[in-house]
Write a protein that binds this ligand. Structure first.
Ligand SMILES: [Zn+2]
Length: 296
């Protein structure tokens, strides 16, 4: 059984003026549903406000929950924060935390949303409203756990790095295209910048050579894994040249690295951009199923 966290609010109507394609979460749900009884479904409750305020400024949390985010911040996010978007933003971090708790019991679990790694303390950014990775990491670190956030999205996990910097027991890793968004990078515990057009072999060997010592140095009790699929060669916002097979090999590699060390892993989705929403959803589901098969 592969433990999967999903909530109906993840699938929202596309707000007017949105440049973000919202159909992906429904497609991910449908593709996973087709796997039948291989999937054990779990649904989170909305996050407590205090959990959101552990990493975000209370003023920004209030703006989001009231669907009253100033236009300047909405432009930075990339879509208007409607009531539906606000409800979703409050549930997704709870989903990542629930996936983490399920992973601690079962070895692996996946949130079908999340990976909102650009969200900062007082504003969202880059299609991210609240930073579910930082919220979940802070909650678990507050219980005395050692957490590593491993971010393989093609964009740097700048928000996660900034929000978690200096938090005892927490380390952040980001492997990303150096010339991609965000223009101004934050400092993760370990950043691995890649040149444009890096392909499968260089990508996977760099990942293995840097992630293994990072895990050994930090020895986390749990890995929170942002499994963005935008390193894919055909991605509209990626700059790398990783194939679909390369993405599958990436998930097997990450699974082997954590399994060798006895570390449970909770995954979120992340970036994946282009006109073919179903193809992007399929890449996310392939990641979840590959990780789930490897970490049974
Ligand atoms: Zn991305």
């Amino acid at each position: 059984m592969i433990h999967v966290v999903h909530h109906p609010t993840y699938v929202t109507e596309t707000p007017a003026r949105s440049t973000y394609r919202w159909g992906k979460n429904g497609a991910i749900r449908d593709l996973l549903s087709a796997e039948g009884d291989r999937i054990a479904w779990h649904a989170p409750e909305p996050a407590a406000i205090a959990a959101l305020e552990a990493v975000h400024d209370p003023g920004y949390v209030a703006e989001v929950l009231a669907a009253a985010v100033p236009p300047l911040k909405e432009r930075r996010i990339g879509f208007p924060v409607t009531d539906a978007v606000a409800a979703r933003a409050r549930v997704v971090p709870a989903g990542t935390l629930l996936a983490a708790r399920l992973a601690l019991v079962h070895g692996f679990a996946a949130n079908t949303a999340g990976g909102s790694h650009h969200a900062l303390a007082d504003t969202g950014a880059g299609y991210c409203v609240f930073n579910d990775l930082a919220i979940a990491a802070a909650a678990l670190a507050g219980e005395g756990m050692r957490i590593a956030v491993v971010d393989v999205d093609v964009h740097q996990g700048d928000g996660t790095a900034a929000l978690l910097a200096g938090l005892p027991g927490v380390a952040t890793y980001s492997i990303h295209a150096e010339k991609n968004f965000p223009a101004r990078k934050a400092r993760s515990t370990l950043d691995v910048p890649l040149a444009d057009r890096v392909g499968d072999e260089a990508y996977l060997s760099t990942l293995a050579d840097t992630l293994a010592p990072f895990l050994d140095a930090h020895a986390p009790d749990l890995v929170l894994y942002q499994a963005g699929v935008d390193p894919f060669a055909g991605d509209r916002l990626g700059r790398l040249a990783v194939t679909e097979d390369g993405l599958i090999r990436r998930e097997r590699l990450v699974a082997a690295l954590v399994q060798d060390r006895g570390i449970p892993l909770a995954s979120t989705v992340g970036g994946g951009y282009g006109d073919d929403v179903m193809a992007i959803a399929r890449r996310h589901v392939t990641a979840i199923m590959t990780l789930g098969e490897a970490l049974r």
